[in-house]
Design a binder for this molecule. Structure first.
Ligand SMILES: [Zn+2]
Length: 1010
């Protein structure tokens, strides 16, 4: 904003723009207040710990002194970024609360706790006068954030903008091995509260800086433990940080869609309730500061272009100022595409604010080290004209200098342009409200007759968690829908052939669709419509996109992954339907209807069913093996018949879970098998635990009790059946060889356990030495477990493990050569609905897929003895007499009889074994031991639901879920990941069903004759 504008503001008589504020808008430099004394001792140490002069700036090469405000040294025992110093979260908080006590310019707010009960905080820094007016300012910001409250009146918005001060929210160390942010933010809070440099004073007097110094608090404390262990054992290898948060590691920064983790919820609630304009998340990876705000293409398609312009403004300003300071290695373009909205900072992007992220350079601790870069890191590029040095000593202090300098530059720029950004905040909110009549859609409808109302409620609660409003229709309503066009092009159209996909669409015809009363409506004329649209819409990433190194998932359509009907409605008439806003969490209807001592619960593959089984532990449950009718209703295969339970307890449990139950006098006559409360173990490796962490999280949410065991436990336990019915091995635990071998045994042991030195390690998983793996004994124990009747569940890599280790005769894996299925949503089709694994599911199911594996099925152990035949592709005839369809004729003898060709088999089936092959076929698998395919991948032309798919024909139609018997037990294999980032609730029940029917997986099985 220029001075001319300011004078007009003053002329309007708005006294808020105080005299001091004028300097905000006039001041361009970063000069110091020369009258303010400097903390000489602290400043000396800054120079000492900074390895090169040019790794610091005039903004952070000193610390102002204060007679009454303590510096970070009081708590750390040295300055921020000092070598060897890594404070626990508790110490960081202690310091922030000391600041709060010492100065009225700092206020500390508790914003919730972590999974393990540790506190999260937000620290507000601003002038005393601003902090005294937080509530009235929040009331103004709330109006800008929800323009409906001012009837989208731009003039009123301008008045509010002039009166308001913005909130810039900074978050640190979500990634626990990226250790520098807490000390940088301690010192930053001090500077903002104490420093009288005109530019800092202006920031303090005109905006609020809000700081969460530690986002992943559980992981921070574990990281400090590991670092302390390292300091105590200076010449030894130290354990890597195998657990960050309670459930996941790096993926804690992929949770901003489903918001399964408490840290995400706490930051989102803080961001939304403060009505903040910016969420700026601090990371460490590349040298020396990648302001990845501008990033690379493709940008997320649901963002307001106003935001992407803001990225450019702030990002480039950041680079240019730091370049002028002579700090090498600062850039803003880079290898980060901004497609997925799963990152923590994206909370701001999807809620009308500005998302920002820094990657600075860290040493994974507080050691000062010589760091050597690779050519692609230090070479000059068009967007990195002053690249980092090929080799340099690097300290945590350097990192703190870069982090703070960059943030101060950003705060200064944001402050100087704060009215512009506040106005943009309003405009983005307004354009979100105007979505139905601009880009659309008008609403998403969740029909009341969806077969899975429990999962539907769970998805709506995610949207409510995102601060979206949900409405419920009080009467049926009808809208005009575009008819779905017929599949375009040939079979390759949706299998990734861009030429076919680009064929012109025909004029769509319309049809009327009526939704029943009770249907939920997510209106798009609300301020946070963009996040709902981004989650519920479909994604398409062209295989020909210039961006060939995809950063993360390419598809995530929540309705599809939730196995739910979610209808995108563009007809604005939907907004006139009779509806009421849902107050409180959406809850599906439950409880017992009717009377009798037998209770029936329909199986619709809702995830609450498994919870009900474990909740009513003492009751006896059976599952129907065929559909049936009772109480005047139709029940699916798998429906529960519950006996030996009191009405009150069934009613209470089903009401709380939102599961409808029907009491009847006598059980229906239908074939059933018992559903016992299986004893479950989740097995992890000591190599990597993140991906299985999402499984644990879902099991905990579903209330499935389990033992959390490691491959080392399995190696020791010769009789696993004594303890467990089902062993779940989630994906991502390491490659097959490493699962067996563990880590190399050179050097010292790597303990992960609670000690006086490391009080935060080993809480839920502990070992004296992380190195040993499953070993061959462990593998034998696991195989014996299955052979003796146990069930082993594997997915992606852990399915590959079971196949490669010989636990699944008849299943083999084909390595992809062309397939690119990069974290997307693909369609599967039901093959064997009578399998208990399939109970409650329909004909198709969309699942999360990352590159397979591509399963092949054979009736011969080891995969031989057959060869697959694609239907309709008989071998072409050879050269000879007659037409193309005629038989050839050998001259001089009567024609020989040609045997019937063996019947064509589908890609997901085993080829039949013919008589020639059968003669002495040692490996022929007896029919009852052959792999049973439950789901297969869709056809090539229908496979892609959302995301990037290229070469999809390579996996199309192959088996996707397989029940592979092994003696008395079963290995159940998933070519997809059923538990991914809290987003795949529609596929959870495939695993839950396996657990529920663990000792009757053969139910409904049809055997081959021979
Ligand atoms: Zn990171």
């Amino acid at each position: 904003m220029n001075l001319k504008r300011i004078s007009s503001v003053l002329a309007a008589g708005i006294l808020f723009a105080t005299i001091a504020a004028v300097s905000v808008f006039g001041q361009d430099g970063y000069s110091r207040d020369t009258t303010q004394p400097i903390d000489q001792d602290y400043t000396k140490k800054i120079a000492e710990y900074t390895t090169e002069k040019f790794f610091n700036s005039p903004l952070t090469d000193y610390l102002p002194a204060s007679p009454n405000v303590p510096t970070p040294q009081t708590v750390i025992g040295d300055i921020a970024g000092a070598p060897g110093k890594l404070p626990y979260a508790e110490d960081v908080y202690k310091y922030m609360r000391m600041l709060e006590k010492a100065t009225p310019r700092v206020k500390v707010f508790s914003i919730g706790t972590t999974e393990e009960g540790r506190e999260m905080i937000a620290v507000a820094v601003a002038s005393e006068s601003l902090l005294a007016r937080l509530d009235e300012n929040r009331a103004r910001l709330a109006k800008l954030a929800d323009p409906r409250t001012i009837n989208l009146d731009d003039a009123e918005a301008d008045r509010l903008v002039e009166q308001s001060f913005p909130i810039y929210y900074i978050t640190g160390t979500i990634h626990s091995p990226e250790t520098g942010a807490p000390t940088a933010l301690m010192e930053l809070a001090y500077r903002l509260a104490v420093d009288d440099s005109p530019y800092i004073k202006s920031i303090r007097d005109n905006m609020v800086t809000l700081i969460t110094p530690v986002v992943e608090v559980d992981g921070r404390d574990r990281m400090v433990d590991v670092y302390k262990w390292h300091l105590a054992h200076p010449n030894e290898n130290y354990p890597n940080l195998i657990y960050w948060g309670h459930y996941v590691a790096h993926d804690n920064n992929r949770d901003a869609m489903a918001m399964s983790l408490k840290l995400t919820k706490n930051v989102l609630n803080t961001y939304v309730s403060w009505k903040a304009q910016v969420l700026h998340d601090l990371h460490e990876s590349v040298a020396y500061l990648y302001d990845n705000t501008v990033g690379d293409q493709p940008y997320n398609a649901w963002l307001d272009p106003i935001l992407t312009d803001e990225w450019q403004m702030i990002g480039w300003k950041n680079v240019s100022e730091m370049t002028k300071f002579g700090m090498p290695g600062v850039f803003t373009h880079g290898t980060f595409d901004t497609w997925s909205p799963g990152y923590l900072m994206f909370i701001a992007a999807t809620h009308n604010g500005i998302s920002r992220l820094y990657e600075t350079f860290g040493n994974g601790g507080a050691d000062t080290l010589t760091r050597t870069l690779s050519p692609d890191e230090y070479q000059r590029t068009w967007y990195k004209q002053n690249p980092p040095l090929p080799r340099a000593r690097w300290s945590q202090r350097n990192n703190n200098n870069y982090e703070q300098t960059a943030i101060l530059v950003s705060l200064d720029y944001f402050n100087k342009n704060q009215k512009l950004f506040l106005k943009n905040f309003y405009l983005k909110s307004k354009r979100s409200v105007e979505k139905p009549k601009n880009e659309g859609p008008a609403a998403y409808v969740f029909p009341a007759d969806d077969p899975r109302l429990g999962n539907q409620a769970a998805l709506l609660r995610i949207l409510q968690g995102q601060a979206c409003e949900v409405h419920r229709a009080t009467a049926p309503f009808t809208v005009t829908m575009k008819k779905k066009p017929a599949p375009r092009g040939g079979p390759a159209a949706r299998g990734g052939n861009p030429a076919a996909a680009a064929s012109p669409a025909r004029t769509p015809e319309t049809e009327q669709r009526t939704f029943p009363a009770g249907s939920y409506i997510v209106r798009m004329d609300q301020p946070y419509s963009r996040i709902a649209d981004a989650l519920l819409d479909y994604q398409y990433w062209s295989p020909r996109d210039p961006q060939q190194s995809v950063y993360d998932d390419t598809g995530w359509t929540f309705g599809e992954l939730g196995n739910l009907q979610v209808v995108r409605v563009t007809d604005v008439k939907v907004l006139d339907a009779a509806m009421e806003k849902v107050n409180g969490d959406v809850h599906s209807p439950g409880g017992v209807a009717g009377s009798g001592t037998v209770f029936i619960v329909n199986d619709n593959a809702d995830n609450d069913l498994v919870t009900l089984r474990y909740r009513l532990r003492r009751a006896s449950f059976e599952a129907a093996e065929e559909p049936f009718e009772a109480a005047g209703k139709k029940f699916n295969r798998g429906s529960f018949i519950i006996r030996n339970a009191l009405l009150d307890e069934v009613n209470k449990a089903t009401a709380e879970l939102g599961v409808p139950a029907f009491a009847v006098a006598a059980a229906p006559t239908v074939k059933t098998h018992p559903i016992k409360a299986a004893r479950v173990a989740i097995m992890h490796t000591w190599l990597s635990t993140q991906d299985e962490g999402w499984w644990r999280l879902a099991f905990d949410q579903a209330g499935i009790p389990y033992d959390y065991i490691s491959t080392q436990d399995v190696a020791r336990e010769t009789d696993l059946n004594k303890k467990y019915d089902v062993i779940v091995f989630g994906p991502g635990g390491g490659n097959n060889n490493a699962v067996i071998q563990g880590r190399p045994m050179y050097g010292n042991a790597l303990p992960w356990k609670k000690t006086e030195l490391t009080p935060d390690l080993g809480g839920f998983a502990a070992t004296d030495d992380m190195r040993p793996g499953l070993g061959w004994n462990g593998l034998m124990n696991l195989q014996n477990f299955v052979k003796n009747g146990g069930v082993f569940i594997g997915s992606d890599e852990s399915a590959d493990f079971a196949v490669s280790m010989g636990m699944t005769p008849g299943v083999s894996i084909q390595r992809p050569t062309r397939l690119r299925a990069i974290g997307d949503v693909l369609k599967t089709r039901m093959i064997d609905a009578a399998s208990p694994i399939a109970y409650g599911y329909g004909d198709t199911l969309s699942v999360y897929c990352f590159q397979g594996p591509i399963f092949n099925i054979s009736n011969v152990a080891g995969g031989g003895g057959g060869g697959r035949r694609t239907p309709g592709q008989a071998p072409p005839r050879t050269t000879g007499r007659g037409s193309a369809d005629d038989p050839d004729v050998v001259q001089g003898r009567p024609p020989a009889e040609v045997p019937e060709p063996s019947p064509a088999t589908e890609i997901w089936e085993a080829a039949p074994v013919n008589e020639e092959q059968r003669r002495n076929l040692v490996g022929l698998i007896p029919p009852a031991q052959r792999p049973r395919v439950v789901l297969r991948w869709g056809n090539a032309n229908e496979l892609l639901v959302s995301g990037l798919l290229d070469g999809g024909d390579e996996i199309a139609q192959h088996a996707a879920v397989i029940d592979s018997p092994l003696d008395r037990g079963h290995v159940v294999l998933f070519a997809m990941n059923p538990f991914w980032r809290g987003q795949t609730s529609g596929s959870y029940s495939l695993v839950f069903n396996t657990i529920l029917s663990f000792d009757n997986l053969n139910a409904g099985r049809k055997l081959d004759e021979k």
